[in-house]
Design a binder for this molecule. Structure first.
Ligand code: SF4
Length: 374
């Protein structure tokens, strides 16, 4: 049995399911567990995990897809910025197809504007060096996982004096969002399946307030089917025994302290700021903005961004009918959106949750739509 097969062993899966069923029976009620990471959502849908769990266990998606939680205003603004001839915009692929209020980056590219898909901020830095007469803006989207890479690239740009390299940061931090969600009145969360990737940077320590202050159990979980079943089993075990703590079921990648080098990069190159999340609103100290000493690399300090913001100041940024915000906060499941599978499909997405490779609506559409009447 190879390493991957060990995490898909049907015998172990059956054992975990029996333990989950026994815990659910003892609890005797519905249990709402939120998977915080978009990759978990994809794994759960792809692995058919929802269908093999007892019906009392409801898995909902959380705000764990970085493209999806980016505020509509930030999406519209960056699309507007592309229209300035001095700008070359670089972005990860997912963002290219995300609908803006009027258009998207893919259409802007087709119309002849300079939009480049990159696989790393280093590609953007390279473009900046090759095009010294242009402003090369890297649209830096993601959580604590991708921000260190942006920080490392900024370190290189500063050391090499590549002043035309700019970062437009919409990075967000996961723990503050969880604290907001556990206090929300319209959602009951009995436990969190915590993100493996983000936790590999932050470590388990970062989630202690969620478990200790708000009494919500949390388990850091890997991405294979058995990882997820184990995460669910440990959460139910905590609920049965009346505990609420952070447990690490992904010790092959995550430790309690996190990645010290990555955290030092974040501390040097970013500062925490209030940030707007789709579906949640502004969460204090939940965003990562470039630190003041690197202000000259901050795209938000450029004249083009100021002009774009001015142009959009009277435009209402919203996608009518899309309930992505409710999906991201666990208020509804994707098939409960009236547009799911009808007006909104991956080929013609209405909202970001149907676009991203980590989006809940995309996951449900790809793997689970036949379980729902759409
Ligand atoms: S199905 Fe489409 S319109 Fe509905 S919430 Fe998802 S992305 Fe938005």
């Amino acid at each position: 049995m190879n390493v991957q097969e060990r995490f898909r062993d049907p015998k172990l899966a059956r054992l975990l399911l029996e333990r989950i069923a026994s815990g659910v029976e003892r609890l005797g009620r519905q249990i709402n567990l939120m998977e915080v990471c978009g990759t978990h959502t994809m794994s759960i849908s792809r692995g058919g995990i929802r269908q093999i769990l007892p019906p009392e266990v409801r898995l909902t998606s959380g705000p764990g897809c970085p493209v999806c939680v980016t505020a509509q205003r930030d999406i519209d603004l960056i699309i507007e910025v592309v229209s300035y001839p001095e700008v070359i915009l670089t972005s990860f692929g997912d963002m290219i197809h995300v609908p803006g209020t009027r258009t998207n980056l893919q259409e802007a590219k087709a119309a002849g504007y300079a939009v480049h898909v990159v696989y790393s901020p280093l590609d953007a830095l390279k473009l900046a060096k090759e095009n010294p007469d242009k402003l090369v803006v890297f649209y830096s989207v993601g959580f604590e996982t991708t921000a260190p890479m942006a920080a490392a690239t900024l370190e290189m740009a500063a050391a090499q004096g590549v002043e035309n390299f700019k970062i437009y940061s919409v990075h967000k931090m996961v723990p503050p969002a969880l604290e907001v969600l556990v206090q929300a009145e319209n959602v009951r969360i009995d436990g969190f399946i915590l993100p493996g990737h983000v936790s590999s940077v932050l470590g388990g320590e970062a989630y202690r307030p969620v478990a200790e202050k708000y009494g919500v159990p949390a388990v850091i979980t890997g991405f294979e089917p058995l990882d997820i079943l184990m995460g669910v089993e440990l959460l139910i075990e905590q609920l049965v025994s009346g505990r609420s703590q952070v447990e690490n079921a992904y010790s092959r990648a995550v430790n309690w302290e996190g990645n010290t080098v990555a955290k030092e990069l974040l501390a040097e190159y970013f500062q925490t700021v209030d940030s707007e999340w789709r579906g949640i609103g502004i969460i204090p100290n939940s965003g990562l903005e470039l630190a003041p000493q690197y202000a000259s690399f901050n795209a938000k300090n450029t004249a083009v961004v100021a002009k774009a913001a001015e142009k959009l100041s009277n435009v209402r940024s919203e996608i009518k009918g899309c309930r992505c915000g409710d999906v991201l906060t666990g208020v509804i499941l994707p098939p409960e959106c009236p547009l799911f599978g009808r007006a909104c499909i991956p080929r013609k997405p209405v909202g970001p949750c149907m676009v991203s490779s980590e989006g809940s609506c995309a996951a449900y559409y790809k793997y689970e739509r036949h379980h729902f009447a759409v």
